[in-house]
Design a protein around this ligand. Structure first.
Ligand SMILES: [Zn+2]
Length: 250
């Protein structure tokens, strides 16, 4: 959350979601309804296999102005399509195929040319080898790292091969953990483990960036945040800050 590196010169927030499992697809229509209610556009990291399987809901998202982020074709280690595979253990050619096939699916089914990527399973399975692949495909950004400990401490910065890396924000109260619904709520021994605390911390964080003119981005799992009315309260809190798409800040 660095002011001097804020590309927007005013408080700005990038809201994104990762669609990894069937339950995230089930939450998709409700999520889109909430975003529409608050007139907020978000970045959606979607996988090629789900776009093929559920084209209509993805088309609706595109029609409503949301940004499609390449999240690979099969999302290793998805239990249906790529069990026991890990993105960072794939060969360079396999990684390239994962990203290229997803790109083709978005183009063919959704009419979208994606310009950004998020590594499946994010930071832990992220690998530097994606940057030359992305550059070759004409991509502009990756958002696959955590702001905590990353160079620039959270501000988007030029990475290798001219790709901009947009790290996602960490927790106010647990600054070495990403503030996402997985770490905070869902995993075994989550940092917060409580929906009320989660919404409270989100709103506190938005208040800080709004007051100090900072840029920040998070990602959440749709299934986790539509539960217990969290999304409604979170989006209501975003009224105090300008929301942006990654494609608009580059
Ligand atoms: Zn994912």
């Amino acid at each position: 959350m660095l002011k001097q590196n804020n590309p927007m010169e005013e408080a700005a927030y990038g809201l994104t979601f990762d669609f990894d499992y069937e339950e995230d697809i089930e939450a998709f229509p409700e999520l889109l309804d909430f975003l529409k209610k608050y007139d907020i556009r978000a970045g959606l990291a979607v996988i090629g296999k789900f776009v093929e399987k559920y084209p209509d809901i993805h088309k609706r998202a595109v029609d409503e102005g949301h940004e499609i982020i390449n999240h690979s074709y099969t999302h290793p280690d998805n239990p249906h399509w790529a069990p026991n595979k890990f993105f960072n253990k794939l060969t360079y050619a396999e990684q390239k195929e994962e990203i290229e096939k997803a790109h083709e699916v978005y183009s063919k089914i959704l009419g979208v040319e994606s310009i950004g990527f998020r590594t499946p399973h994010y930071g832990n399975l992220h690998t530097e080898s994606v940057y030359p692949i992305l550059a070759e495909m004409g991509y502009k950004y990756s958002s696959s790292t955590a702001a905590c400990g990353y160079k620039g401490f959270g501000a988007p910065s030029a990475h290798s091969h001219g790709i901009i890396e947009i790290p996602t924000g960490c927790s106010l109260h647990f600054p070495l953990a990403i503030f996402d619904s997985w770490n905070m709520l869902r995993k075994n021994k989550p940092f917060l483990g409580d929906d009320e605390l989660f919404v409270k911390e989100f709103l506190e964080t938005i208040e800080i960036i709004s007051q100090h003119g900072l840029f920040l981005t998070h990602y959440f799992d749709p299934y986790d945040v539509v539960k217990n009315n969290k999304m409604d309260r979170m989006l209501n809190g975003l009224k105090s800050v300008k929301t942006v798409l990654y494609r608009d800040i580059l």
